[in-house]
Design a protein around this ligand. Structure first.
Ligand SMILES: [Fe+2]
Ligand SMILES: [Fe+2]
Length: 189
């Protein structure tokens, strides 16, 4: 069955609803297998969604909508990718696994609100600027297909950031490690 043709905003909003639904399902899920499957779906959806926005929709918005809004969206994506990467490799029995999924869902909720806000949201501004939504929708739908096929074939790759430049972080595994982390943080100042 051919997928329904959606304009850019309808396509992105449909993605948002889908991932919200997956987060809700994860929250009430029982059993490691079910949770792992849902976490995998969440990571796949968010990877594809952030990629099509960053490759197609956000560049189309550049110069047409408020600059701060766009810059913050990129940074929010990169922030979410930190947890995405954690969840992709994380072990389901880990003490913080559910918390990571929950915090990711909260970050995404905030981000989606910024995109969909009726007045002055990114989509509202893009619409007011007269972006070619049908064309952008077609391009994103095609890219989405490609990305899903790639993930199916090779699995999820480590998320790639566009604004984070790889500031060093240390994993605190104990009291000694804590000192090292503090020293590293001070050295950065
Ligand atoms: Fe989005
Ligand atoms: Fe976004």
């Amino acid at each position: 069955m051919a997928a329904k043709r959606l304009d850019a905003i309808a396509l992105l909003k449909a993605d948002h609803r889908k991932v919200e639904d997956l987060f809700a399902k994860f929250e009430s899920a029982k059993g490691a297998d079910r949770k792992a499957k849902l976490a995998q779906e969440i990571c796949t959806e968010l990877t594809v969604h952030t990629t099509i926005e960053e490759e197609i929709f956000y560049p189309a918005c550049k110069g047409k909508i408020e600059e701060d809004l766009l810059a913050e969206a990129y940074v929010e994506h990169d922030g979410a990718k930190v947890l995405l990467g954690e969840i992709e490799v994380g072990n389901l029995d880990g003490e913080f696994y559910d918390a990571k999924v929950k915090v990711l869902s909260e970050q995404i909720k905030h981000h989606v609100k910024e995109e969909e806000r009726r007045a002055e949201g990114m989509f509202a501004e893009a619409k007011a600027a007269g972006l070619p939504m049908d064309d952008l929708g077609d391009r994103m739908a095609a890219r989405k297909k490609e990305l899903l096929a790639e993930i199916k074939k090779s699995g999820l790759q480590a998320p790639q950031t566009r604004t984070f430049i790889g500031s060093p972080l240390k994993h605190n595994t104990g009291a000694g490690a804590k000192d090292t982390a503090i020293v590293a943080a001070m050295a950065l100042r």
